[in-house]
Design a protein. Structure first.
Length: 477
């Protein structure tokens, strides 16, 4: 029978469904919402109730789902899809020595909150119930049938319901907290006498009532928590809900989002207080953002770290494994990839910094590029403290620019530059006067000298034909 204290809880997550309506080669539960697979979201929620055991029932693409579930999770395979009751039964062997409560969840319900699960546990303890079910109103197929006294009597699936039952507003979410001995006993009695020929987990409710066990229902206030994801439209709708939650939590924690509706931040991102994020930004993966950071409009940041006081953007891209240290300033149309920029370094605009270790107080001029790829391999470059990288400078990796070196604008640097040195690597300018006029036939005086013609050829074109040949002095007519 039920108890009046919180005991140990094991969690079983059902994640073996085919997911055919997703029309995907990927298992349904591995489709991501805000950077985390649906299964990962429900695992996180389950972890917050501190389960003694965590079991995931897998089916389609079992190996991929098992890898995603992680080494600390026990996975069991449901080889045949015979309904939710059968799915739970396949976990019995790994829970044979467990005698507490079992919480049954689903890999495709990523919006469920841990607070709701805690309330279920509290209700079970307070009422000495043998089974607590989670109910809600909304577009959920299973109807909750109550008796004349308002007690839960049974659950009926929509395809098996009568017209009167279809009109019931209270719906079964499929989330149960049930004493293990009742669960295994009840599942042993479940039959497949329904229109689908499957073993329904819902039948355990009717069985518990029939044998006189205490069944309670907790009606969740926010029905969106219990929505299952079956197709891409539902996936997008769930993503909007999850994103709103993430943004609300960030703002409650001291982060300013200028326009939350156009700000996309993964569930795995961490943001410090007094950071301001402008509209149109997308921040993903394991990104860590410090305090007082300003991320300007329309930036994309992936798996990177921004320390305190960084200014980034607008219209800039931080690619994975980049680290901007305290006070770094990145302006518009700058891309940083797999690089570290030391405190106070800056790049105001139109720059690519890839695979570079940059010291403090380094300045990258407009149009400068760290050329990290030669078509075969990627190489790293190092830039020392206080170096100045002029406009349109190319650093051909691997090179080392030592502290306070000055690279003149327009240079292509392929050799190391020592400390305090000036490096200039560009062609000498040559000016051929009158070259354009002669090419266009606007100047028909004497032919250019051999020296002028050589310079013209080196500029890319031979001198224009003047139409007549001038006699050299002393020649015959």
């Amino acid at each position: 029978m039920g108890g009046n204290a919180l005991g140990e809880t094991a969690v079983v997550i059902l994640a073996a469904g085919q997911g055919t309506r997703m029309r995907s080669e990927r298992p349904k539960v591995l489709h991501e919402i805000c950077g985390v697979p649906m299964l990962g979201h429900i695992q996180r929620v389950a972890g917050e109730v501190e389960p003694a055991r965590l079991v995931v029932v897998v089916g389609r693409e079992a190996e991929a789902v098992t890898r995603a579930a992680g080494e600390e999770t026990t996975c069991v395979v449901q080889a045949e899809q015979k309904g939710t009751g059968h799915a739970v039964m396949v976990s019995r062997n790994v829970l044979a020595d467990f005698s507490g409560d079992i919480l049954i969840l689903y890999g495709d319900t990523p919006l469920l909150r841990a607070s709701t699960l805690r309330r279920m546990r509290e209700l079970k303890a307070e009422t000495s119930a043998d089974l607590v079910m989670l109910t809600a109103e909304g577009d959920i197929p299973g109807r909750v049938v109550r008796d004349g006294a308002g007690r839960v009597e049974r659950i009926v699936e929509a395809q098996d319901a009568s017209p009167e039952e279809l009109a019931l507003e209270e719906r079964n979410t499929g989330v149960y907290l049930v004493s293990s001995e009742l669960l295994w006993e009840g599942l042993g009695k479940v039959e497949s006498g329904n229109n689908q020929g499957e073993f329904y987990l819902t039948d355990i409710v009717g069985y518990a009532v029939k044998i006189g066990r205490v069944v309670e229902a907790l009606r969740v206030e926010d029905a969106e928590e219990c929505v299952g994801i079956n197709d891409r439209n539902q996936l997008a709708a769930a993503t909007r809900i999850m994103q709103a939650r993430i943004n609300e939590e960030l703002m409650a924690g001291g982060v300013t989002l200028i326009d939350p509706e156009t700000t996309y931040i993964d569930a795995t991102v961490q943001v410090g207080v007094d950071t301001v994020i402008e509209p149109g930004c997308c921040i993903t993966g394991s990104t860590r953002i410090g305090r007082g950071v300003r991320i300007k409009a329309n930036c994309y940041i992936e798996d990177s770290q921004l320390d305190d006081g960084v200014v980034f953007g607008p219209y800039s891209h931080l690619r994975p494994d980049s680290h901007l240290m305290d006070g770094v300033k990145i302006g518009n149309f700058v891309e940083v990839k797999n690089s570290t920029l030391g405190p106070g370094s800056k790049s105001a605009h139109l720059t690519y910094i890839g695979d570079a270790d940059v010291g403090s107080d380094v300045n990258f001029g407009c149009g400068s590029v760290v050329v990290n790829y030669d078509g075969y391999v990627k190489s790293r470059s190092k830039v020392g403290d206080g170096a100045f990288i002029g406009c349109n400078v190319n650093l051909i990796s691997p090179v080392e620019i030592e502290a306070r070196a000055f690279l003149a604008a327009g240079s292509t640097i392929s050799l190391d530059v020592p400390e305090d040195a000036l490096a200039v690597a560009r062609a000498r300018q040559r000016t051929v006067e009158g070259w354009v006029a002669r090419k266009e036939g606007r100047l028909r005086e004497e032919a250019p000298s051999s020296e002028e013609e050589a310079e013209a050829k080196s500029a890319g074109n031979a001198a224009p034909d003047q139409g007549t040949k001038t006699k050299k002095g002393g020649g015959k007519g």
